[in-house]
Design a protein. Structure first.
Length: 329
């Protein structure tokens, strides 16, 4: 071969499958790597078996085999505040609940159903992942120019709810209250999980004692505290100023803001909040007794959560009810 002649390109030899006898043509040139024949493998879908289920198939055993790992994974996540090397015990309330919620392989159908209901219905795991809408579902405009809102929820202890009034036959409702402030130094862009966790730590310090939320006496009087530049427009329904002031101060301390007495105003309505001689009113063709006007009752702190613009689900900071998964336990 002359010096100026170009050698023939070396091609990959054809491949023959010894089992099927099928011959595959070469696909590239060794010297240049150029593709000769594009190759697209043919994938044959798996042919399902004629028998969909085995003859000895046990539906309940199969259901347990599939369900137990899924359920116990939810249990582990719900009780993630316990140590990673946690062993089953009933020494504490949380450990006792975890033992009660965990499904064992030898549990019968009734035990499985009870453990499921305890976790999902009573402890509230079934509601913890739901999207909570506050206000119109179509309103996605950032509230107050996007400053995060920190909410505090209080409610009356169940055992303190009075019995049915023998005269009016009114079933007393569980009184509650919710107060909030804005993080005016933060926006939905600047706020982070680390900052909310630090805030949640302060909230737990000020509003929770030995795992139980603090309480105050709610009443008919209104105590307003306006400090708009710092994000406070508080409207506290309390029995006296002595009841309202500690709550206002604790809400301010969450942002290390000093209480200013000149920003507090009060309103004491003359209308009584106890119906000494209740009078029936005609409502929709039926005579009924109106409920008491702003009754007096103790309400206890239950949980705190953050609302951030364009984030559909609230971010729970502290929770004493065990219903939600907060940033700080």
């Amino acid at each position: 071969m002359a010096d100026n002649e170009t050698p023939d390109p070396v091609q990959v030899p054809a491949y023959s499958n010894p089992q099927s006898g099928q011959v595959y043509p070469p696909t590239s040139v060794i010297a240049t790597g150029a593709t000769l024949t594009p190759f697209t493998p043919v994938v044959q879908p798996a042919i399902p078996s004629d028998k969909e289920l085995p003859e000895d198939f046990d539906p309940f055993a199969h259901l347990k085999q599939v369900y137990i790992p899924q359920h116990n994974a939810a249990v582990n996540l719900f009780f993630s505040d316990l140590a990673s090397d946690w062993k089953p015990n009933i020494a504490t309330a949380r450990s006792s609940l975890r033992v009660a919620c965990t499904i064992n392989p030898d549990d019968n159908e009734l035990m499985i159903a009870m453990r499921h209901r305890l976790l999902f219905d009573i402890l509230g795991w079934g509601q913890s992942n739901l999207i909570v809408y506050n206000g119109s579902k179509n309103d996605i405009a950032p509230p107050v120019a996007g400053h995060p809102k920190i909410c505090f929820y209080f409610s009356q202890d169940v055992q303190s709810i009075p019995a049915i009034d023998p005269i009016t036959k009114i079933v007393p409702t569980r009184l509650d209250a919710e107060y909030s402030f804005r993080l005016m130094k933060e926006t939905s862009t600047t706020i982070t999980k680390l900052k909310l966790t630090a805030l949640a730590t302060l909230i737990k310090e000020f509003f929770v004692i030995a795992g139980v939320g603090i309480q105050f006496t709610k009443g008919k009087n209104i105590y307003t505290y306006f400090d708009t530049p710092n994000g406070y427009r508080l409207k506290i329904y309390a029995n006296t100023e002595v009841d309202a002031l500690p709550i206002i101060e604790k809400l301010l301390e969450c942002q290390e803001i000093v209480y200013d007495q000149t920003k507090l105003t009060s309103n004491e309505p003359l209308k009584p909040n106890m119906n000494v001689e209740p009078v029936q009113q005609m409502v929709y063709g039926k005579e009924v007794y109106p409920p008491n006007f702003r009754p007096i009752a103790n309400v206890r702190f239950r949980y705190s959560y953050a609302e951030i613009a364009l984030v559909k689900k609230p971010i729970y900071l502290v929770d004493t009810t065990g219903t939600h998964k907060p940033l700080v336990h």
